[in-house]
Structures are given as C-alpha cells and as structure tokens.
Ligand binder design. Structure first.
Ligand code: AMP
Ligand code: ZN
Length: 135
C-alpha cells in the first residue's frame, strides 16, 4: 500500500523504534504511548484488518505478540498488560494496517479501559443464537 504509514515503517521509509522483528512480523513503540513500552505488532505485508488477513499471517502476528510479551517479561519484569486490536471505523481503528497493541499496565497507572455494559440484553441471547443458526 503506497500511502500506508505502517508499510513505510516496515520498508524503512518512515522512522520507528523497533523492539523486535522476524521474517513476517515487525514490532515497534507506539508514537503516542499510553504506558511505557506501549508497542504495536504488525505483519510486514499489508492487510487492512481482521477481515482480510490470512490465517497464516494472523498466526504469525499473534505469535509475534507473544514473543514481544515474553521479552518484556524476561527483560523488564512486566507481568500485567493488555492486548488490543481494533477493526473498522466504528471499531475504533485509526490506522488501516492491522496491528495489535501491547499495553503494559501497572497498579495505579491512571489508565482505564472499561466498556458500558447492558445486562438487560441477556433476555435477547436466545434469539441472537437462533439468528446464527439461520432461523
Ligand atoms: P488504532 O486506533 O488501534 O488504529 O491505533 C493506531 C495507533 O498507531 C495509535 O496508537 C497511534 O499512536 C499509532 N501510530 C500512528 N502512527 C504511528 C507511527 N508513525 N509510529 C508509531 N505509532 C504510530
Ligand atoms: Zn500497510
């Protein structure tokens, strides 16, 4: 993809702070970190998101996520983190080259991701499952 900032990073045409890579996957620090070592893990090939990435590449990326996590555990003692992946505009994806965020967390770090919940929707679960069965 010509105009993709993450493709440019992979090609070395835009700057990045690389933490890890292998043949298929590249991991680098997020330019607007929400915590120390906030990291993005991406496939070197361009895929928009979960809807178009191949099974092989997705497995490679998630294995890469784990490699970085293991490195952070071993070298930095990081034991708390969140892994976040957003897909589509309404899914709050901003960069349309699939990426997984690794967000190290600490007690009292002031960060918080909490969704609004709707327990009353439990009454619709049976109908929702039926829809999946095409009825
Ligand atoms: P998302 O909202 O999940 O699509 O996240 C996109 C992320 O990419 C944001 O956290 C940005 O800070 C990050 N980002 C955008 N451009 C760059 C860049 N050139 N280098 C590193 N991170 C970037
Ligand atoms: Zn790209």
């Amino acid at each position: 993809m010509n105009n993709c900032i993450f493709c440019k990073i992979v090609k070395g045409e835009a700057p990045s702070w690389k933490v890890w890579e292998n043949e298929t996957v590249y991991a680098f620090l997020d330019i607007n970190p929400v915590s120390p070592y906030h990291t993005l893990v991406i496939p070197k090939k361009h895929f928009v998101n979960i809807f178009d990435i191949s099974d092989f590449e997705l497995r490679e990326v998630i294995s890469g996520v784990r490699e970085v996590v293991k490195m952070y555990e071993e070298k930095l003692g990081i034991k708390n983190l969140q892994i976040v992946n957003s897909n589509g505009h309404a899914g709050q994806q901003d960069v349309f080259h699939i990426h997984f965020h690794i967000v190290p967390r600490e007690e009292g770090d002031g960060q918080n991701i909490r969704w609004k919940t709707f327990p009353e929707w439990r009454s619709e679960f049976d109908e929702m499952i039926l829809k999946l069965k095409g009825q």
